[in-house]
Write a protein that binds this ligand. Structure first.
Ligand code: NAD
Ligand code: UDP
Length: 362
């Protein structure tokens, strides 16, 4: 059987580079499109060093219609995994237009290029941020959505667009069938779309060769801890110890990035299965299904690495929720996916990446 070819947008980024490794090792051909706005070509050289294989690279912006049209003309793409996007919540509040342009408009250009090339299988990087301020702590996919910042709303808008695109298939199919009774049905390719709502991806490939390489001072907890542990930053601020949680600090569902990308491989397989046989657009949570507090993360990091973390308790960060974690039951039932790595693995692997690459990919 011919190898399938997967287009990975944002394939040089943190999650994208791990996805490239997993896809290549699983036997897919990989084509990457990335504009390197938040990554470096070195990450793809490391993908080659790990796997002995190279993705085909198109250095381009996904908003560049001509570049995408050329890419789809040159390559025979079976499915797209769409990671490309901007992801900093704080920055999205300061520059909402930049976020909507890059994330929402960029996705529209991609979808139009896919439709023109008749490539209609898509795995989209969504986020638990689409749930907004839910009243419960464990989020299932059928919760109503209500993102509370421009970044989250850009993800929610894209989800809406993708649901509409999939729904239109059914309408178009019905009218096509009325007017083209004699044409073979296989000419009608349907959109098959998986929305993956990530909880908090952390960790790195166990080789220590690829990992998260944030620009400037990190916003997220684990990259910050790594830089305190390596001496680049002096002290971690724990934002709030008066939340109604077991130790007063915020609780999140952390997931190893390698488990996360394996969820994408499972999602690709599901596109060939019963659930998607006649086209569909479905959301799945990718999380461990349990939460750890900020103090759990600090204490476990100190235990597994032997490094002390200098921290202080600081006021709450605006917009933070006390506690939430995934209900990953649907991904288990329909994608046959669950996490395999534990918190020790996540922190050991993240620290290996950080200590081997104190300046990231520089
Ligand atoms: P990242 O910034 O490391 O990777 C994104 C990649 O996309 C980068 O290589 C960047 O250069 C590229 N890119 C951005 N805009 C582009 C454009 N217009 N054209 C071409 N390339 C472009 O981010 P990541 O952590 O790997 O996240 C990947 C996806 O997962 C994003 O869509 C993000 O919103 C989503 N996500 C991430 C997290 C997380 O905590 N990391 C959580 C939930 C969802
Ligand atoms: N956090 C913290 N100090 C930091 C960064 C984060 O105490 O320097 C806390 C934050 O308040 C939250 C948790 O760590 O409870 C995870 O935050 P992160 O920004 O990594 O993820 P998100 O808020 O997007 O879930």
């Amino acid at each position: 059987m011919n190898k399938k070819t997967i287009l990975v947008t944002g394939g040089a980024g943190y999650i994208g580079s791990h996805a490239c490794v997993e896809l290549l090792q699983t036997g897919f051909n990989v084509v990457v499109v990335d504009n390197f706005s938040n990554s470096k070509p070195e990450s793809l050289r490391r993908v080659h060093a790990i796997t002995g294989l190279s993705p085909t690279l198109y250095q381009a912006d996904i908003r560049d219609k001509q570049a995408l049209s050329d890419l789809f003309a040159n390559e025979t793409i079976d499915a797209v995994i769409h990671f490309a996007g901007l992801k900093a919540v704080g920055e999205s509040c300061q520059q909402p237009l930049t976020y909507y342009n890059n994330n929402v408009y960029g996705t529209l250009v991609l979808l139009e290029a896919m439709e023109a090339a008749n490539v209609k299988q898509l795995i989209f990087s969504s986020s638990a941020t689409v749930y907004g301020e839910a009243t419960c702590q464990q989020y299932a996919e059928d919760l109503s959505l209500g993102a509370i910042n421009p970044y989250g709303r850009s993800k929610q808008m894209i989800e809406d667009i993708l649901r509409d695109v999939s729904a239109a298939d059914k309408i178009n199919h019905a009218s096509f069938m009325r007017t083209n009774d004699l044409l073979p049905h296989r000419q009608l390719r349907k959109w098959k779309i998986v929305l993956l709502r990530y909880f908090n991806p952390i960790g790195a490939h166990e080789s220590g060769m690829i990992g998260e390489d944030p620009n400037g001072i990190p916003n997220n907890l684990l990259p910050y801890i790594l830089q305190v542990a390596s001496g680049k930053l002096a002290q971690l601020s724990v934002w709030g110890d008066d939340y109604p949680t077991r130790d007063g600090t915020g609780i999140r569902d952390y997931i190893h990035v390698v488990d996360l990308v394996k969820g994408h491989i499972k999602a690709l397989a599901a596109l060939d299965g019963e659930q998607f046989a006649t086209g569909n657009c479905k959301a799945y949570n990718l999380g461990a299904g349990m939460g750890y507090s900020v103090l759990d993360i600090i204490n476990t990091f100190e235990k597994v690495t032997g490094r002390a973390i200098n921290y202080k308790i600081a006021p709450r960060r605006a917009g933070d929720l006390a506690e939430y974690f995934a209900n990953p039951a649907l991904a288990l039932a329909e994608l046959n996916w669950h996490t395999e790595k534990n918190l020790d693995d996540m922190l050991i692997d993240a620290w290996r990446w950080q200590s081997n690459n104190p300046e990231g990919y520089e």
